[in-house]
Design a protein around this ligand. Structure first.
Ligand SMILES: *Cc1c(COP(=O)(O)O)cnc(C)c1O
Length: 367
């Protein structure tokens, strides 16, 4: 085997090591310490939203956002079915019911037409997920949300730096949520962030993430909160990552361009989309292949030392959420989708090797 190529390995440099060591040595290893506020400030200015609240992970960010928006028992929240399960679970934690919406076939995110069709008197909010680095078609959804008085939460866990009509995702919704898990565009190990323009929501999120404790009266709890705090160690790792986020995104874009170019003659695959109104940050280079070939390709590539990932299962098909619903586009994308190695450390030779083996896997008769 020529290589061993992981699907996503983070790029952690000497600056990260230095910062984390400084945090460790300072003794500020929990959720007090100067790195947290600095990380919040820098992240909020990077996306262009005034208030940033650092939290322990992306799922906590989603739960916190829905909670301060007043989502709870008796409400419905629209979520795309084709995404990671976190958004649906966060809705469930609040006591509300997730309502699964099918994908738009060209760019794979939630379909605005179907959002409209799924709104009922119980609908309280819509969660937009910018899937695999590609933004949703946000304008028509904001329009529906405004006319029906619904909140919009953006799940940007896979799309740091992606843009819709020239403006960064995460700056459109009432609250936007990010994840800094190890395979995301930037990482803090585990970690997350909520962004909002609304100061009142920001204050509420700060209180709720810290056990609901009154910020002016220690150990006085006006409400039942959570421990969703980010640690100073996580923030120390995140700051140098944020320093070179543009470079990391440039690398992702180069990876995508290279795959697209090398695989341009492969007529049995569909490339990752980038709509005219979109800047895709290509969290993964995602392709569609014939559904009878997908799992065999994963196996064949695995034998060549190449790790790949199938797309998510549509959430409406998973045991906790299955109610016999049929969402044909999400189901088809899920059966055909394949994520190629796209970590920021991948080399040109490795991309060539992946592309060559992928073409073999797709053209061989009986693999
Ligand atoms: C990774 C991810 C999350 C969850 O983030 P964690 O930090 O792992 O909790 C949420 N939504 C999407 C779309 C994700 O990809």
């Amino acid at each position: 085997m020529k290589y061993s190529i992981p699907v996503a390995k983070p790029d952690i440099g000497e600056e990260e090591v230095k910062n984390v060591m400084e945090a460790v040595r300072s003794g500020w290893v929990s959720s007090k310490g100067s790195f947290i506020e600095e990380f919040e400030k820098r992240f909020s200015s990077y996306i262009g939203v005034k208030h940033a609240i650092a939290v322990s992970n992306g799922t906590a960010a989603l739960h916190l956002a829905l909670t301060v928006l007043g989502v709870g028992q008796g409400h419905e929240v629209l979520v795309p079915s084709l995404t990671f399960i976190a958004a649906a679970n966060a809705v469930t934690y609040t006591g509300a019911a997730p309502v699964f919406v099918d994908s738009q076939p060209d760019y794979w995110c939630i379909d605005p037409e179907l959002v409209k069709k799924n709104i009922t008197d119980k609908t309280k909010a819509i969660v937009l997920v910018h899937l695999y680095g590609h933004p949703c078609d946000i304008d028509p959804i904001m329009e529906i949300a405004h006319s029906r008085g619904l909140y919009v939460v953006e799940d940007c866990a896979e799309a740091h730096g992606a843009a819709y009509k020239g403006r960064k995702v995460g700056s459109f919704g009432d609250i936007s949520c990010f994840s800094f898990y190890g395979n995301k565009i930037i990482t803090t190990g585990e970690g997350g962030m909520c962004l909002t323009r609304n100061e009142e929501l920001a204050v509420k999120m700060r209180i709720l993430k810290d056990h609901g404790m009154n910020p002016n009266k220690r150990y006085w709890h006006d409400v039942i909160g959570f421990n969703y705090r980010m640690t100073n160690l996580q923030a120390a790792l995140g700051i140098p990552q944020l320093d070179r986020i543009d470079k990391l995104i440039e690398k992702k874009t180069w990876i995508a361009r290279t795959y697209k170019e090398l695989l341009r003659e492969a007529n049995n695959l569909v490339h990752a989309p980038e709509m005219p109104w979109a800047k895709n940050v290509y969290w993964f280079y995602s392709i569609l292949v014939h559904k009878n070939r997908r799992d065999k390709a994963i196996e064949f590539l695995g034998q060549q030392g190449i790790e790949t990932r199938p797309f998510f299962y549509p959430i409406h098909s998973l045991p906790p959420y299955s109610r016999g619903l049929k969402l044909p586009t999400a189901e088809e994308l899920s059966a055909r989708g394949l994520n190629l190695p796209s970590g920021p450390k991948i080399t040109e030779d490795e991309i060539y090797y992946v592309a060559e083996n992928l073409e073999n896997a797709l053209s061989r008769k009986n693999v």
